[in-house]
Design a protein around this ligand. Structure first.
Ligand code: ADP
Length: 464
């Protein structure tokens, strides 16, 4: 696996390079050959026509003025690197610029068979291939003969090779230059992916503290960022789980130790018979605390596990009123007044009524617990932007600034509250927060130490 991606890319690159090179070589070879034949024959044909029109003046009857034609033809032939013939209608070569075939007759000469352009041996006159073009020498509406120019094919091929060499060298340079892509791939993709791979292995082995050091602003950078975030969250969850278990064990152990202590003392007679009722009441109170703790943990667990809500439409004000009534005894004991300032009309919300009941119960219970004797609690309901806001405000001990963010964490109790509420589990507000979150809503707290606290949460409003 280690080199496979790199090898694949390298292989792909090589295949691309070779395929590209073969395509360029084949295509350019054919194209340049065609191009050269076309342009050369066109040039030679023009030249042949020019010579033919010049030489038609030298004819008198069927004879050719050989002496006058020869030097000029030789010069043009040298310039064109070709052989120029003046041939009469019967195939008699009156002049060959190279001098080799002057005076010979071409066997089976038929200019109509070749047209004005052909390639090959030209009626077997040559031992090698030539590109031949011919132009008629005419005058007085008669064809006296022909100017035939022969260019050896290897001359055309030479030019072709020269052009091809340039093409090959250029493509080789481009191929070598494109190695840069390989370097870029190595730096920008392969190396970071390798780092991510190492990180994934570390995470798999449980080392969630491993950090990926990639800070680029591209997809790989985002991936590294997401993985780092995931590792931090997992690591926090792991830490949280450990603390959770420690806290649960602690919260279970203390009441159990007390219960055991009381019961042993009753059994061995340390507590006299007439005082046993008092201690048994303490045992009941500790058992109640344990029951509450177990209930809270189960609620949290069910919120974590299911997350689904049983929503219905109900009047939140009616619910608040009935919950406040259920706190009558606690309020009377502490001489606390709950002020329900809201108007008489209904406020319909769409939520899980039993869960919202639990939210209100926890928040009002806290407000009473942390209020001073003869205090006042204000519960208010207001509406804004399609939401209903419920506020529970007290003038109690308040929450120290450093604690306001932590109170929603499981098992958290502020130092101030420890004296006031020995039975608290520190789970109430985290249940509240989870329920509100499951509804897709928000809860906030505003509090000043020694002045009081206000908890506000939102719910989805239903139009009446
Ligand atoms: P508990 O079940 O122990 O009350 P909560 O999760 O409900 O736990 O509350 C966590 C902590 O937040 C409390 O121990 C207390 O320190 C603080 N707290 C909650 N409500 C109030 C309030 N109305 N006034 C002051 N402190 C509060």
């Amino acid at each position: 696996m280690k080199f496979s991606l790199y090898l694949k890319f390298l292989l792909g690159y090589l295949i691309f390079g070779i395929a590209g090179f073969v395509t360029i070589a084949t295509l350019s070879s054919h194209l340049t050959y065609d191009y050269l034949i076309r342009t050369r024959s066109a040039t030679l044909y023009d030249e042949a026509n020019l010579i033919a029109s010049n030489y038609s003046r030298f004819y008198s009857g069927y004879d050719i003025d050989i002496q006058g034609a020869y030097p000029q033809l030789q010069a043009v032939a040298t310039f064109l690197q070709a052989d120029i013939w003046i041939v009469d209608r019967n195939g008699y070569i009156a002049i060959d610029s190279s001098g080799k075939k002057t005076g010979q007759t071409i066997a089976d000469f038929d200019p109509t068979a070749t047209g004005n352009k052909s390639s090959g041996r030209y009626f077997d006159s040559f031992e090698y291939d030539v590109l031949s073009v011919s132009a008629p020498i005419t005058g007085n509406y008669k064809t006296y003969g022909y100017i035939v120019i022969h260019l050896p094919m290897d001359r055309v091929q030479q030019s072709q090779y020269q052009i091809l060499n340039i093409v090959y060298i250029t493509s080789l340079i481009v191929f070598v230059l494109s190695l840069v892509i390989l370097a870029v791939f190595h730096i920008l993709v392969y190396r970071p992916l390798n780092q991510i791979n190492t990180a994934a292995k570390n995470y798999a082995q449980g080392n969630l503290k491993y950090t990926i050091e990639i800070h680029t602003n591209d997809e790989i950078g985002y991936l590294a960022g997401t993985l780092n975030y995931m590792a931090t969250e997992l690591s926090q969850a792991e830490d949280y789980q450990k603390t959770f278990i420690t806290n649960i064990s602690h919260d279970f152990r203390s009441p159990l130790t007390s219960i055991k202590g009381y019961l042993e003392a009753i059994l061995d007679g340390t507590i006299p018979y007439e005082m046993q009722n008092q201690y048994l009441e303490r045992v009941i109170s500790e058992v109640a605390r344990l029951t509450k703790l177990t209930g809270s943990i189960l609620t949290l667990n069910s919120l974590d596990a299911q997350g689904h809500l049983n929503r219905s439409t109900f009047d939140i004000k009616a619910m608040i009123k009935s919950i406040c009534e259920s706190f009558e005894i606690q309020c009377r004991t502490k001489d606390i007044v709950i002020d329900l300032t809201f108007s008489a009309n209904e406020h319909l919300v769409y939520a899980d009524s039993s869960k919202i009941e639990q939210v209100l119960y926890n928040l009002i219970d806290n407000a009473i617990k942390f209020s001073h004797t003869s205090g006042e609690i204000y519960v208010d309901v207001s509406e804004k932007n399609g939401k209903v806001f419920i506020s529970i405000k007290d003038k109690g001990i308040g929450i120290p600034k450093k604690d306001t963010k932590k109170i929603f964490k499981r098992f958290y109790k502020s130092d101030l509250s420890r004296g006031k509420d020995k039975k608290g589990t520190g789970l109430g507000l985290s249940i509240v927060k989870d329920i509100i979150k499951a509804h897709g809503e928000h809860i906030d707290v505003i509090s000043t130490e020694g002045v009081g606290s206000e908890f506000i949460f939102s719910l989805t409003k239903i139009e009446e």
